[in-house]
Design a protein around this ligand. Structure first.
Ligand code: NDP
Length: 335
């Protein structure tokens, strides 16, 4: 067990680095995360190869100067395997290309807790690590070039070689997370899955539908669609508020708004978040932890994504979508 909850630097670097410096590392999936993590590790002097199916990503990896193999061939010759294809595809690809090819005593790295926590991918005889960046792929590369780090949740889920913790810390450093301002939080697949899905199932999703409701009411009371869309998100003010939360703090950033705005937010905000809301959040947390949501989502994928496609269609039919498109054309954001 790692003792520190928050790690900002690699102590005892030389000894820890020895756990990976001569290892062959493969990145399976040269996509958003895969490309950035591969480039960062190679720049840190590591031996990185790519496993990808035949497609444009494969061409990109070759253009970037990597040796590229089929997924199964890359896994066969690697000591450390980063599994960086989309979560919903991992179980099938694991069965077909990884299960029989992972070397005994190799290390398998996930960037998301989902498949390991729910047992959709559960290998034996290998170390299992979680290195889950809180950063989009291009940000990981961009920050690395500026010698800046980024937050990442890390865990040793299985330690068959006895030195999985050293490998975890070394790889966390190698992908660039511990650059200036970055940190690794000691976590688990359970925690990573809970907090990731719980965000999506509570405040992120409800924000989209809250915006819709606001649009409907404001236009009903005579506001123009353009003004409303700009007010809600198109002006970029929302992104600036989010940036201030990151830099100053959730409630401390309130002080940068007008007094009228502060008073209004503090008095009306709590009206929308009642005990019933909190109970609903609790229910969503339980549905994540007991696997109800995961089973529903797996079933949805196996039965042709009918609900998923229907909900996208419904969302696209809302009048706000057309108004947004008109506005974004005028503003030159889309053609
Ligand atoms: P991408 O969608 O960018 O992954 C694309 C890669 O997966 C490509 O190489 C793609 O090749 C390959 N791939 C897709 N489908 C298949 C398939 N059927 N068979 C073989 N290869 C396939 O993934 P991300 O980088 O977004 O996500 C990777 C992991 O990182 C996930 O576990 C995700 O949860 C995690 N993560 C992602 C973050 C992000 O910002 N995106 C942030 C933190 C974690 P092809 O061109 O053939 O489709």
């Amino acid at each position: 067990m790692i003792n520190e909850r928050v790690i900002t630097k690699l102590d005892n670097k030389e000894a820890i680095w020895n756990s990976i410096k001569d290892k062959k590392i493969s990145i399976i999936g040269y996509g958003n995360q895969g490309r950035s993590q591969a480039l960062n590790m190679r720049d840190n002097g590591l031996n990185v190869i790519i496993g990808n199916r035949e497609d444009n990503y494969k061409k990109q990896a070759k253009d970037d100067g990597f040796s590229v193999y089929s997924i199964s061939d890359a896994v066969k010759i690697s000591d450390i395997v980063f599994f960086l294809i989309p979560d919903e595809i991992q179980p099938e690809i694991y069965k077909k290309e990884l299960a029989n090819n992972l070397k005994k005593g190799a290390t398998l790295v996930f960037a998301s807790g989902f498949n390991y926590f729910y047992g959709y991918v559960k290998p034996d005889n290998v170390n299992i690590l979680l290195i889950a960046p809180r950063m989009i792929g291009w940000g990981i590369r961009d920050k690395f070039k500026k010698q800046e780090g980024f937050p990442v949740l890390i865990a040793v889920e299985k330690n068959v070689t006895g030195n999985a913790e050293d490998i975890l810390k070394a790889l966390t450093y190698a992908i660039g997370a511990l650059g200036k301002g970055g940190c690794a939080i000691t976590s688990s697949s359970r925690e990573e899955t809970l907090i990731d899905l719980l965000s999506e199932h509570t405040w992120v999703g409800s924000m989209l539908y809250m915006f819709r409701a606001y649009y409907e009411v404001a236009t009903e009371f005579g506001a123009s669609p353009e003004a409303v869309i700009l007010e809600l998100y198109a002006s970029g003010e929302l992104a600036e508020i989010a940036d201030s939360m990151k830099d100053i703090g959730l409630f401390k950033q309130l002080r940068t708004h007008s007094h009228t705005s502060q008073y209004g937010q503090l008095t009306t905000g709590p009206e929308f978040v009642t005990n019933e809301t909190k109970e609903l959040i609790r229910q969503k947390a339980m549905e994540i932890l007991n696997g109800k949501f995961a089973r529903e989502w797996m079933n949805e994928q196996q039965t042709g994504m009918i609900v998923y496609n229907k909900l996208h269609e419904l969302a696209a039919e809302h009048p706000m979508e057309k108004e947004e498109e008109k506005l974004y054309k005028i503003l030159g954001r889309i053609k």
